[in-house]
Write a protein that binds this ligand. Sequence first.
Ligand code: FPP
Ligand code: MG
Ligand code: MG
Length: 332
Amino acid sequence: PQRKSGSGDVSPEIHEDMEDLFVEIRKELQGRDPELCKVAEYYFDGQGKAIRPMIAIIMARAINAHLQGSSQSFLLPQQKKLALVTEMIHTATLVHDDVIDRSNKRRGKPSVNALFGERRTIVGGDYVLAKAGAMVARLNSDEVTEILAQVLEDLVHGEFMQMDSSGDNSERFAHYIGKTFNKTASLMAYSCKGVAILGGSDDSLAEKAFQYGKHLGIAFQLVDDLLDFVSSTAEMGKPVAADLQLGLATAPVLFAAQKFPELNPLIERRFSEPDDVAKALELVKKSDGLEETKILAQRYCSEAVRYANFLKPSVYRDDLVLLTEKVVNRTK
Ligand code: FPP
Ligand code: MG
Ligand code: MG
């Protein structure tokens, strides 16, 4: 297929691959208890961005095109399953995350915990994870199973790192980037590696896929952390400066603290005193923290592009590049 130049959209095959994504996931979630299914299905309503399966699907097609030496390629059924699994793992973490963060809204509707209560929500998240685990087992690849187990460990580790605000100023940025890898980029990186392995990549090619996903994933979270400061509740479907209110110092604040060291004690006490959130918000806006965060995200995206360009040219390799642009320029 010809790329529609300047259309700003990924290839139509990608949309076709994604069309039945949520229907397929809801099918996978069917089981003995209809009430449990209702909790588990709640966030698979088609309102999410589904960025993770999209990354996996585009990488799969780009890898397949590379290995077949053609500009077009097909998606293998196992690669499609892995794409579903990425969305299921991600959603299971959101379900638990909303309990941990005591959120009452997500994507403009009541959060799963607001609707079903905390106890059912926790178990519902576990159920999604259990179903995803069974799907991974059916991929019949020990290597991919191991990879996805690693992703789960990283997600848990990332969430745990976020609960810890120790460390001095100089270590804080490295801690933040490490946390960001675990919490967001690991799933993207390892799913890129997983579809590459399922497509028959050798170690070196699978590593290129991994690095693409890792850099894109860190860029994605940097932009997310930036949008937390600038987006309105209407756009994001959640309150502005939610991270500060949760006590979290993300890239914009960490950059701002380089210019305004008076932010450091606020960061250390996790913005817990009455005026801390407002004060931090003001200093972030006065600093170049938001611009610097965007520039850092752009640098991670350039690295992602560099890894994509190890692949042979194809429309899907172009889609990998386009995706990096979409990630940096998104507004929600
Ligand atoms: C969303 O972050 C949360 C994550 C991406 C990871 C959450 C991980 C866990 C709860 C632990 C692991 C759980 C499982 C099931 C393996 P956020 O709170 O910054 O995003 P939000 O603004 O969308 O709520
Ligand atoms: Mg949250
Ligand atoms: Mg959270």
